[in-house]
Design a protein around this ligand. Structure first.
Ligand SMILES: [Zn+2]
Length: 190
């Protein structure tokens, strides 16, 4: 029997899609990059294809992920950013040699220095995190309203009132729970 691997949650912000590879942090956490191969898969769907990944590189990736999560959470709460998280994000950002390149179609892509350079890919993610935490981009960091999630996400809605990291999962679960609660209320004897 083939082991079931958790699906990815794909948002349109690279850094918070990356932190979304660990979900339900306040409940029963789901690790969505449990193996180097799954990190390779995740990077591929996010335009950062690498050919190989070692266990040590996966560790680096997870360390960066948790650092971005910690810094983004502090930023969302308007608290001071944790120094160790800043250190990791800056180290990863500085140690990559990815180049932004323009395709003939006018799209931006990333070119890594070698096909196995996970560090280059991580530097792109770290730089993306820096741009949202520094408030350079149009949007606002917020925390998911689901008590078992509380993921930091980047709200780019016009009103900046998004409550869920992901409408298809946390948002939907809330909607369903409310629906069931209402049904119970309506069916219980007066
Ligand atoms: Zn959530």
């Amino acid at each position: 029997m083939r082991a079931r691997v958790p699906e990815f949650r794909l948002g349109n912000v690279l850094a918070t899609s990356f932190t979304g590879t660990l979900t339900e942090r306040r409940g029963n956490p789901v690790e969505r990059i449990p193996t180097p191969q799954r990190l390779i898969d995740w990077l591929a769907v996010n335009g950062l294809a690498v050919e190989s990944c070692t266990a040590a590189q996966l560790e680096l990736a997870r360390e960066l992920r948790e650092s971005i999560h910690a810094a983004a959470t502090a930023a969302a709460l308007q608290e001071p950013l944790p120094a160790p998280a800043i250190q990791v994000i800056n180290d990863r950002s500085a140690q990559g040699r990815a180049a932004a390149v323009l395709t003939p179609e006018g799209d931006r892509q990333w070119r890594l220095s070698s096909a196995s350079c996970v560090e280059d890919a991580l530097s792109v993610i770290a730089a993306d995190a820096i741009s949202i935490i520094a408030g350079e981009r149009d949007g606002k960091l917020a925390l998911c309203a689901s008590p078992t999630c509380q993921a930091a996400f980047f709200d780019t809605s016009q009103s900046r009132t998004r409550r869920w990291c992901d409408m298809n999962t946390c948002g939907n679960r809330h909607k369903k729970a409310r629906f069931i609660a209402n049904q119970r209320k309506n069916s219980s004897p007066a």
